[in-house]
Each structure stands twice: as C-alpha cells, then as structure tokens.
Design a protein around this ligand. Structure first.
Ligand code: GUN
Ligand code: ZN
Length: 435
C-alpha cells in the first residue's frame, strides 16, 4: 500500500537521473541531467521525468512546486544503521569490541523500555529525513519492542524501512541475551506482524558471529529458509581483532564468512556490513551467491577498521550499498558518507566519480536491499521518495560551485562539504516531509 498524496503534482528543478550503474556504464550514458527539469508525481509514485516545459504542457493546471536551481534526486538509502545508537554517536577513543562494551551495549539495554525505543526511533527518523535519507536498513536491539517502535514510526511516516531484532546469545551482557529458541520465536513473530506490511521489510538479524552460538546461527538460518523473501543482515570482517576472535570461537570454520555459510546464513538476500578484510574464498562465495556488501566509510575511519576495497569488489560484480553505520559511523548524513567513501577511494587508488558516489547512496543501496524496483531511482513507477539539494548552501560551497562547468563539478563540493543545510526539500511517497 502506498500512502502518499493522491493528487498529481509537478516538482520542478534541476534533475539528475542516474539510470544505470556508473561502475559499469560510462557516466555520460549512465546519467541524464535536465537543467530545467521536472518530476511528475501521482498517488505517491513517479509517473514521468522530463523537461519542465514539456511536463507543464502535458499536465496543464497541475499543482507545481518550484525548487529553482536545487538538484532533484531520489531520496538517499542508508543500507546499514543501528538506530538504537543514535544517542551514542561520536563516542570517543575505542575500537570495535571495546566500543561495543563501553558505549553500545549499555545504551542498547535501555531499549527494554518501549517508551524510550519510541522516543529514539522518532528522533532518528527525523534526523535522517532532515539529512535527505528516506529509507534505511536498521539493526534494532534484542527487544522485540525496539522493532515495533521503528516500524510503527516508519509506517506512520509512510517510509520504506528494513529492520530486524538483533539476536545475541553470548559475549554480551546477560540483559542483552536471548537464546537460539527465543531468537527464532521472537523474530518469527515480528515477521508475521510486520514483514510486507505497507512499505516495511523484515531482515533476520544475527548481530555477528562472536555474539551468537553456532546453535543460534543455525536457528536463524532455518528461519531464513522458512521465510526466504526476508532479508538477512549481519556484520563481516570489520576489524582484524574481531576476525582473530571469530577464528578462536569457530575453530572449524574456513574463514569468517564460513561461520554464516555453514549455518544457512549466506544467500542472495544477505547483507554483509563492512566486509573490509576479506579472504579470496570469501569474495568468490559472496560473488557466486549474489550477496550484497555494505560499505560504511565514516565508521571504518572513526572506529579505525580499515579501507574497503571498492574498485576491486565492484570489478567482481558484487552488489554494494553505502551506509552511515550510525552510531559507529560519525554522521547521519549520506553526503558526509559519500565524502568519506571518496576519501577511502583515494587511499585505495581510485577517485570515485560523483555519479558513482550518488549511485551508491541511492540505486546501489536500493539494489543491495532488493528494493530497486521501488526506491533509489527516478524510474517511472518508483515511489516518489525524493530529495532536493541546494548546491550552494554555505558560503564555502557556493564560492566553489559557482565556477562549475557541469553538473558533476557543481554537485561535488556539496558531496564533500555539505550536510543537512544542503537539503532544501524531502518528499516521502510524494508528500513533503522537509522544506
Ligand atoms: N559489529 C557488531 N556489532 C556492531 C555494531 O553495533 N557496530 C559496528 N560498527 N560493528 C559491529
Ligand atoms: Zn553495524
């Protein structure tokens, strides 16, 4: 069900429509830029994209929203976040395992209280919308109420959201542990309650191998087999200490990925966050099954995890999404996240083109979530989840952008230096949410 505006409307501005993957198709063929463009919307969906004059003539008398020189794009899709970590974002001085124990787990314990979960879910969706993000895939906490809170809040806002109960039955505080059986039962009940309702998708969510016993991974693999249209999200090979720990905990596994693979948790609808320090066998298997990796660049520098090998993994044809990893990541902004991806690209020998960065933050993430028929593009029939970017939102950006010779030079300073001030408008299913 789509809950957007029933009335037809035209949103006018500059339009950037990246129609195919710019890692595979040369940028001039992959993207079209309309200097005076428009997007026609009806019943919450995009019905046509074209020159503003042509669309005005085709739909006379239609309500028109004039965004001037702002750049219209699909709303950003953040493919890996932990909404419960909103309140502990930007916590100082730790690496992954210490960071989890010091900051993350104490905060996640608070989600036992449904009111607190609802308060943070509301705050989180407001913050991300202000940053131009219209869809996220979120880990919740072990408490089913934390999933109810995010889905209920997203449903009321008409948003397409992926979420799941984070399952853990060892190496975490007792108050944050479930069991193999309760993880199965509670996740199954949440799937029955939410999966496929309105714009909501359930992701079966083992946190990562160190906090699950083989029994729990096995149970969640069985649950995925019983609900193959659900997504499955987890973490993979983020830090070297973590990988060494996985080796101790799973002495029979060939590598980190094998701890998932051996328990039915490797598949095309699987999302593997971070995936930095991969073995050749792991890359081969991920490519073979068509699984998705999620690059979390601000997190990888903030927690000191390492450098994602974007160019090499793209060359293998892997599906790759982009994400903030709030709150291991240091920003709610997908602009800031694209900037960090660019910087990591530079450190690994490839300058990512603005078209590639924008594609990762929209269609690339949508494809990773298997929602690219619905979000992340301006294709006719897609949901009208849109962002309008002011490409001169601050003096620093404006003085650089004014000498731009094409749209790529015009948008790059906003990618590198922009934030929520750059967001001039947001629409969710055709309904204005910001601006
Ligand atoms: N690995 C397991 N849990 C987490 C988490 O919450 N954040 C990050 N960045 N990595 C993890
Ligand atoms: Zn994460």
């Amino acid at each position: 069900m789509m809950t957007g505006e029933a009335e037809m409307q035209l949103i006018c501005g500059q339009v950037l429509d990246i129609q195919s993957n710019p890692f595979e198709t040369p940028v001039p063929e992959a993207a079209r830029h309309l200097r005076r463009g428009a997007i026609a919307i009806e019943a919450g969906r995009i019905v046509r994209v074209g020159e503003a004059d042509a669309l005005r003539a085709a739909y006379p008398g239609t309500e028109t929203v004039e965004m001037g020189d702002a750049l219209l794009l699909p709303g950003f899709v953040d493919a890996h976040v932990h909404y419960p970590q909103t309140g502990i974002i930007a916590s100082w001085g730790k690496r992954l395992i210490d960071w989890l124990n010091t900051y993350t787990f104490p905060e996640e314990e608070l989600f036992d209280a449904p009111d607190y979960a609802m308060e943070v879910a509301t705050r989180y969706l407001e913050l991300t919308t202000q940053n131009g993000t219209t869809s996220v895939a979120s880990f919740c906490t072990i408490h089913p109420g934390s999933v109810d809170a995010l889905f209920a809040c997203a449903q009321a806002r008409g948003q397409a959201i992926v979420a799941g109960k984070t399952c853990m039955n060892r190496n975490a505080p007792l108050r944050l542990q479930d069991t193999a059986q309760s993880a199965y039962d509670e996740s199954a009940a949440l799937i029955a309650r939410w999966h496929g309702m309105d714009r909501l998708t359930y992701a079966i969510t083992p946190r990562f191998s160190p906090t699950s016993t083989p029994d729990q991974l096995e149970a969640l693999g069985a649950l995925w087999a019983a609900h193959p249209d659900c997504l499955m999200q987890t973490h993979l090979s983020e830090q070297t200490d973590e990988i060494a720990w996985v080796r101790e905990l799973y002495p029979d596994a060939r590598d980190y990925l094998d701890t998932y693979e051996a328990h039915g948790l490797l598949g095309a609808r699987g999302l593997y966050g971070h995936a930095i320090h991969l073995e050749p066998r792991e890359v081969d298997r991920l490519a073979e099954v068509g699984a998705a990796l999620v690059h979390c660049p601000t997190s990888n520098t903030f927690i000191g995890s390492g450098l994602f090998q974007m160019a090499a993994l793209q060359a293998r044809g892997l599906s790759i999404g982009l994400a903030t990893d709030t709150g291991g990541g240091s920003s709610f902004s997908m602009l800031r996240t694209m900037a960090a991806a660019y910087e990591i690209g530079q450190l690994t020998g490839t300058a990512l083109h603005p078209a590639q960065l924008l594609w990762l933050a929209t269609a690339g993430s949508a494809r990773a979530l298997h929602l690219d028929h619905e979000i992340g593009t301006l294709a006719e029939g897609s949901a009208a989840d849109l962002v309008a970017l002011d490409m001169g939102a601050t003096f620093a950006i404006e003085q650089r952008a004014e000498r731009a010779r094409d749209v790529w030079e015009a948008i790059f300073p906003t990618i590198m230096m922009g934030d929520d001030r750059s967001v001039a408008g947001v629409w969710i299913a055709g309904r204005r949410a910001i601006g």
